[in-house]
Write a protein that binds this ligand. Structure first.
Ligand SMILES: [Zn+2]
Length: 229
């Protein structure tokens, strides 16, 4: 069977038999794949230390004749996030795992870019920035300058509303008010790394994200990250 090599990020590890792991990766060229890492849980396995999330990985695998391929070699490169962002990074990977299912050709570029956004944001908003970018790149959310329902631009001085996973102008819906200040704050925050958001804005932003994830059947963010909001 042909061997393939490429850059990858580890999404999930699931124990298989007494000694092995089934590993889900987002790969640069082949999208999301699941591979059997034989013996990876043995103390002396070369896979053991290298199979870590939030690292740039280079993996080599053998395609399966039918079904799952086999991991042949793995090389661990640089960390993708500073250690203090680890919990947020794992949460982002969990969201990516819900968004990009096995066989999806996308995901690697999207997760890489979202991790980059997360990397230089303040700790209290890094998760939301990263998840928002991931949702944006997946086409589930859009910008704060226009109505997602009718598409018209909304003047920056006007409030908008949040309704079932969508940001809408006042003629397109009713729902939770999203103030002009909030629209401006998040827009600035997403484009510049040094903009801090207030508690109120963070808590509303979190609700919006949870709402979008729920609408699309993805597990909402866990409570680990709630301590910031
Ligand atoms: Zn509208």
């Amino acid at each position: 069977m042909a061997e393939v090599e490429g850059r990858a990020i580890l999404l999930r590890r699931i124990p298989y038999s007494d000694t092995s792991l089934v590993c889900h990766f987002l790969t640069e060229e082949h999208g999301r794949i699941a591979l059997m890492a034989r013996g990876a849980r043995r103390v002396k396995s070369p896979f053991r230390g290298a199979l870590a999330p939030l690292y740039a990985l280079n993996i080599r695998w053998r395609m399966g004749r039918t079904g799952m391929g086999t991991l042949v070699d793995i090389e661990r490169g640089a960390r993708l996030l500073d250690e203090m962002y680890d919990l947020d990074g794992l949460e982002l990977c969990a969201v990516a795992s819900g968004l990009f299912q096995d066989g999806d050709p996308h995901g690697y570029a999207e997760l890489t870019e979202s991790l980059q956004v997360m990397r230089d944001r303040p700790i209290d908003s890094s998760l939301y920035s990263g998840v928002w970018r991931l949702l944006e790149l997946s086409g589930w959310v859009s910008g704060f300058e226009h109505c997602w329902v009718c598409g018209s631009e909304v003047d920056a001085s006007l409030p908008m509303v949040w309704h079932e996973g969508h940001l809408a102008c006042s003629s397109c819906g009713s729902g939770i008010a999203i103030s002009a200040g909030m629209r401006k704050g998040i827009t600035a925050h997403l484009s510049q790394s040094n903009v801090r958001l207030g508690k109120q804005e963070l808590s509303s932003w979190r609700k919006m994200i949870q709402d979008v994830l729920r609408q699309h059947g993805v597990r909402p963010l866990s409570s680990i990250s709630q301590e910031y909001s």
